[in-house]
Design a protein around this ligand. Structure first.
Ligand code: HEM
Length: 402
């Protein structure tokens, strides 16, 4: 039976109390601030927090307080997991501060306390693992690490510049044609003039949603901006299709080059076969691994678990090739060279739609990826993707190192 984390008895009580206490105090301070923003803004105004708060900021701050509280409580029986959950709370709180554009001591206090609580939990959990039967193994080669961080940066620029390009024509179509004369649009983001003034709307597969504030119309009420995606989600933040295209195409080639280097290295050192391709025994172990992930019990072995292999296999074999191929299909130059690509994807408009939805899949992957890294012990995970060394302190289900 795999033991992922010891019970209370194996923990340093000082570290446990500090992690739990700091996270809970941060959560309570955070909850008090959220309550005052809602019910008594005058009190906060006296402390220098005097701008009106919107629903998004309030939700982010409230989620931050809830996760910090959860992390603090969970840190008592499971220090590492509690610290990780508190860190998720800290990240939510940080996003709330960014959305509120407030970095003063009032909102900064829960952030600092929560971070100290989360960090104490995670570091002492990692040090406890080092005191046990932990072994540091060399898990990620230099080129695996280098290419990973290059594509992480490239994906950031590709996403934001891609949304700038999308804003120039905020509709998606299925088929060969597009334009006012056709009714083959499946996504439409626009602004309307309603009875209560302008509003943002999104029409998806015939269903219309009010997306004021995020899609179609964003910005302050007295200075609304009528773009599909808001300025904070695009590069550049203002309307500039030409710069968006230059940035997008530059990082697209960076991504293609990086993936080529990753593939050559992964083939040469056996990373592809050992860590990414699912073998029959991985498929047999997959249901159990999914259950372990749902119970937040993560194995730490030399290679990835079956679910990790499946996720990374889908990224390398499906998502990256698909987003690159559909991107190339939209290039008139490339169409002239390989005209069958356009037919393969059912037309350039369909290729554009597939490109967009693959981007959404990447965003989903990214969110799950970061949550998993945080929950699985971010110090160990990040150490392996920075230095290459990973702590394997867990024996596999059959008693062997995995
Ligand atoms: C869009 C951006 C990202 C993509 C597409 C991505 C994708 C991937 C893929 C495919 C792998 C497996 C690599 C291999 O084995 O060759 C991986 C591993 C990893 N990534 Fe990311 N990643 C992204 C961003 C990040 C960020 C921002 C972090 C840091 C918080 C991160 C942390 C890690 C870690 C720690 C691993 C190793 C996992 C393990 O050893 O269990 N990634 N990522």
């Amino acid at each position: 039976m795999a033991v992922m984390e010891q019970g209370v008895s194996g923990l340093d009580p000082g570290a446990r109390n500090a992690a739990a206490g700091l996270s809970i105090v941060a959560a309570l301070a955070g909850a008090a601030i959220v309550a005052m923003l809602l019910a008594a803004p005058a009190v906060l105004a006296a402390w220098g927090v005097d701008r009106p708060v919107d629903a998004l900021t309030l939700s982010l701050l409230a989620a931050g307080a809830v996760f910090m509280l959860l992390g603090g409580v969970i840190a008592v029986p499971r220090l590492g997991l509690g610290g990780a959950i508190a860190l998720i709370g800290v990240l939510f709180w940080l996003c709330g501060c960014i959305s509120f554009k407030s970095f003063g001591w009032v909102l900064g206090a829960p952030l600092l306390l929560g971070f100290l609580g989360a960090f104490t939990g995670m570091v002492s959990h990692d040090r406890r693992a080092a005191d046990g039967d932990a072994t540091l193994v060399y898990r990620q080669s230099g080129l695996t690490r280098l290419t990973h961080w290059v594509w992480a940066v490239a994906m950031f620029f590709l996403l934001l510049s891609g949304l700038q390009i999308f804003n120039a024509r905020p509709n998606l179509y299925i088929g060969q044609q597009s334009g006012f004369g056709f009714d083959n649009s499946i996504l439409d983001i626009y602004a309307v003039n309603g009875p209560n003034g302008p509003a943002g709307q999104t029409k998806l597969f015939g269903h219309t949603f009010d997306t004021t504030g995020v899609l179609g119309m964003s910005g302050a009420a007295d200075r609304p901006v009528f773009t599909a995606f808001p300025g904070w989600a695009t590069i550049p933040s203002y309307r500039d299709l030409a710069t968006g295209r230059v940035v997008h195409f530059f990082f697209a080639w960076v991504l293609v080059g990086t993936l080529a280097i990753w593939l050559i290295n992964a083939l040469a050192i056996g990373h592809l076969w050992r860590d990414i391709v699912l073998k029959p025994r991985d498929l047999r172990a997959l249901p159990r691994d999914i259950l372990d992930h749902l119970r937040l019990r993560f194995a730490h072995g030399r290679s990835y678990t079956p679910l990790q292999k499946l996720a990374y296999f889908a990224v390398f074999v499906v998502a990256f090739p698909l987003i690159i191929a559909t991107g190339l299909t939209m290039s008139p130059n490339f169409d002239a060279t390989l005209p069958w690509l356009v037919d393969l994807f059912g037309g350039r408009q369909t290729a554009r739609t597939i490109h967009f939805f693959t981007m959404l899949a990447f965003v989903l992957f990214f969110v799950v990826h970061i949550v998993m890294v945080v929950l699985a012990n971010p110090i160990n995970e990040l150490r392996s993707m920075i230095t290459g060394y990973y702590r394997t302190n867990v024996r596999g289900r059959e008693g062997e190192e995995r």
